[in-house]
Write a protein that binds this ligand. Structure first.
Ligand code: MET
Length: 785
């Protein structure tokens, strides 16, 4: 029986048990040789290809594997190596120096080297981070003598697998890069901008060479990723795509077919451009934007491959195979089975490896999930069933899978684990004034200052204090059952007390308990809320070898019991100074979890908001008068398309307001954010109406201050006085200068002094010294004002 072709856009490279992480980190630690690493990585690739083949995948990607990051790989492939790494000989040492910096002995001369890593940025709206290539106005590109992707293609072939090379397209590669000065140590901070796309003519000949090598090695379909086709266009972008693909077409080997690949957004507004490009296929993300299928069907030429990205690469739910099949069949009816592919929406990099390792997951919930490996099976079923017009004529086994899938979805829809009428009713009763403080900021802030006896230039911290090895070990022992609950509790109390005493001694004004009881700022709350579940092995790549294990929100969220009140009360009992209650905000809980696909994100955010509102109320009732609701992720949740921003900001800020507005005038709400690039969303930040906002500021002062200036932010704020991301202790002088600079933009009555983020990754000695300097700065400015 005819089947459609199934295609995987990318596969999680880290491995079922994070084998790749272990290999690479072992190599960094000197425990493995380079040969061990390369050999281990090759074996892992082979395993992943074979897995895909065994599950019936036709178009198996190569080039999606990386020892650090695939964008870095692309820069490396074309030898776009910034000057500061050029003294290190080409090879793994140089590659890793670009990805993570190199401090220590030079690999050949033995001299001391100290080069920082290249910048890292979020990969579109995912939680994966890529290395930002740096290009200069006089940048040259030279294809590597021994391109890894060609070698990988041959490896796959040796296993009898005709794989599909995956390349980052030339336009998107340049758009992901940053334009820097002509090199040298200062390159990264140089801002001489030039038009990056002007480098296309130098880059394209290298792509041509690469395509020729791939053809020679036996490739036929080449996946060429141009995610920027789905983003907002600016002047010159359309022209760049035309230039690039016209150029590549000229000498394109006859055996190659280029499949232009887009994901994370819709391309319906540039289909006129796309359909005229001399390529052979288009992949679209029908999970993110199902509606674009109509326009794509009208536009995509009949002899192209249309790759339907229907299996979600970004989330962990089972696909609704029957509904998806309807879509696939309509497409097949219109354009035939030969040139219709079924595919993952984007790379499966953003999904955990397999459900197979989730022995302890609640079976009811487990039945609703599909991780990367299970998604391969889903693709296969769609490929088989999509080719026939109806289900009746299919293999009994396929019919059974489709039926089981239907039942699983029906069960999920009506499960009492998912639907909690109490939560839904409560949300329906939310009124606008529940998202509004009773009194304007100008009237409530003086009351708060008086109630808490706050001096001018009040000092505080963002919440966490060092999570030392002892803290992490105690937690681990407790989890393993090697430490009793009482002993663990005692330990945490001692840590908390020590932290409170130190803050008193340093002379901080608003204290925190230190967050020693928390493993992670989302996980801690997720474990205490209903509607959340945790996996044992659900790791996904975050950056380099680092992985995260996001919790899963599967049902209506609510809070059965107070989550933080005991710790805050205990900490408050130790000191007469104000103790700040610490919560994670609704948008951040949402952003850093796998979310439900059966209801709008805004609804889940508001459910989370109600749960946090309950916690805020309980803290207030218990006498805690300063409550911080962290929202570090609010900015990173911004949609990729500008035209979608308002909608998002509307519900995201509404959710924050719902979580924070129930309190009395004298209760002070703080929030904390990790980005200072607020320019375009400042009105939304103002609308959050937090009494005090503390901000990560130390790395891009100017932008932040300009925004404050331009919008005249009128609540209180604490733009971080120093950068906590390095162990360096800032001097009093330095912080004095920074504060003086802030005072040019912000009224002195409204400034708070604090570090720019939580201190959990720091060591105690530097924390103590830095905070002592911070309070010295406060004292100095209180004298001056
Ligand atoms: N309260 C949290 C902490 O101090 C805020 C972190 S924001 C990433 O760790």
């Amino acid at each position: 029986m005819a089947t459609l072709q199934s295609s995987v856009i990318g596969f999680p490279r880290v491995g079922a048990q994070r084998e790749l992480k272990k290999l690479i980190e072992g190599f960094w630690a000197g425990k493995q040789t380079e040969a061990d690493l390369l050999h281990g990585a090759q074996a892992l690739r082979a395993k992943h290809w074979q897995l895909q083949r065994d599950r019936g995948i036709d178009q198996i990607p190569v080039g999606d594997f990386s020892l650090y990051d695939t964008v870095l790989d692309t820069a490396f492939l074309f030898n776009a190596v910034p000057q500061r790494y050029q003294t290190i000989p080409r090879g793994l040492a140089q590659y890793f120096a670009m990805g993570r910096g190199l401090q220590g002995a030079h690999p050949t001369t033995g001299n001391k080297v100290d080069v920082p890593a290249m910048e890292m940025k979020k990969w579109f709206d995912t939680n994966y981070h890529f290395i930002v290539p740096e290009v200069t106005a006089d940048q040259t590109f030279t294809l590597s003598d021994d391109p890894a992707i060609v070698a990988h293609l041959r490896e796959a072939q040796a296993l009898g697998i005709t794989a599909k090379p995956v390349l980052l397209g030339p336009v998107s590669f340049l758009l992901l890069s940053k334009a820097t000065g002509t090199g040298g140590a200062a390159a990264a901070s140089s801002t001489d901008e030039f038009e990056r796309l002007s480098l296309l003519p130098r880059l394209l000949p290298e792509y041509v060479k690469l395509l020729a090598l791939l053809a020679e090695a036996g490739a036929t379909n080449v996946q060429i990723d141009e995610p920027f086709l789905g983003m907002d266009f600016f002047v010159g972008m359309a022209e760049a795509y035309r230039t690039a693909y016209d150029y590549l077409a000229v000498d394109l080997p006859a055996s190659l077919r280029l499949i232009l690949t887009t994901y994370f957004e819709r391309v319906n507004n540039c289909l006129d451009l796309i359909k005229r490009l001399p390529v052979h296929g288009l992949h679209i993300d029908l999970v993110r934007s199902p509606d674009q299928i109509k326009a794509a069907l009208d536009a995509v030429p009949a002899d192209w491959i249309l790759s339907l990205g229907v299996i979600n690469g970004r989330n962990i739910w089972k696909a609704d195979l029957n509904a998806t099949l309807d879509v696939v069949r309509k497409v097949v009816a219109q354009r035939g089975p030969e040139r219709t592919w079924v595919a993952t929406s984007c790379s499966l990099l953003h999904c955990p490896f397999s459900l197979e390792f989730e022995a302890t997951l609640d079976p009811e919930i487990k039945d609703w999930l599909a991780f990367a490996t299970e998604k391969l099976d889903e693709l296969r079923v769609l490929a088989v069933a999509g080719a026939s017009a109806d289900t009746a004529g299919l293999d009994a086994q396929v019919i059974a899978v489709l039926e089981a899938n239907r039942q699983s979805h029906a069960a999920r829809r009506s499960s009492s684990r998912v639907v909690n009428p109490l939560v839904q009713d409560r949300l329906a009763l939310v009124t606008p004034d529940m998202r509004r403080r009773a009194t304007p900021f100008n009237d409530r802030y003086p009351q708060q200052r008086a109630a808490q006896r706050l001096p001018l230039f009040p000092t505080t911290t963002i919440g966490s204090f060092p999570q030392t090895k002892e803290v992490r070990q105690a937690r681990l022992k407790f989890k393993r059952g090697d430490l009793t609950a009482d002993a663990y509790d005692d330990f945490l109390r001692r840590e908390t007390e020590r932290c409170v005493r130190l803050q008193e001694d340093i002379g901080l004004d608003v204290l925190v308990h230190g967050e020693f009881e928390r493993n992670d700022m989302v996980e801690y709350f997720g474990e205490k809320l209903r509607g959340y579940v945790f996996t044992a092995n659900g790791w996904v790549s975050s950056y380099g070898t680092r992985c995260v294990k996001p919790p899963i929100i599967y049902g209506d969220v609510d809070r059965p019991n107070p989550m933080t009140v005991d710790w805050s009360l205990y900490a408050q009992s130790l000191t007469p100074k104000p103790m700040k209650g610490m919560l994670t905000g609704p948008v951040t809980c949402l952003q850093w979890s796998f979310v439900r696909d059966d209801q709008d994100r805004s609804v889940t955010a508001n459910q989370l908001a109600l749960a946090i509102r309950d916690e805020v109320n309980d803290l207030e009732k218990a006498g805690i008068r300063t409550i911080q609701i962290d929202e570090p992720a609010i900015r990173e949740g911004l949609p990729l398309r500008h035209s979608d921003w308002n909608d998002y900001l509307e519900w995201a800020v509404d959710a924050f307001l719902l979580s924070s507005c129930s309190v009395q005038d004298i209760t002070q709400i703080h929030t904390h954010m990790c980005y200072s690039d607020f320019n375009d969303i400042f009105p939304a930040i103002q609308r959050m109406d937090a009494d005090v906002i503390t901000i990560e500021n130390s790395r891009s002062d100017l932008k932040l201050l300009r925004a404050f200036d331009r919008y005249g932010y009128h609540n209180a704020s604490g733009p971080g006085l120093y950068d906590i991301h390095s162990p360096r202790v800032p001097s009093v002088q330095e912080m004095n200068e920074r504060l003086a600079a802030l005072l040019e933009y912000l009224p002195y009555q409204l400034i708070w002094l604090n570090p720019d983020c939580g201190l959990k990754t720091r060591g105690w000695p530097e924390v103590e010294s830095s905070l002592r300097n911070l309070t010295a700065t406060a004292a100095e400015f209180r004298r001056r004002y």
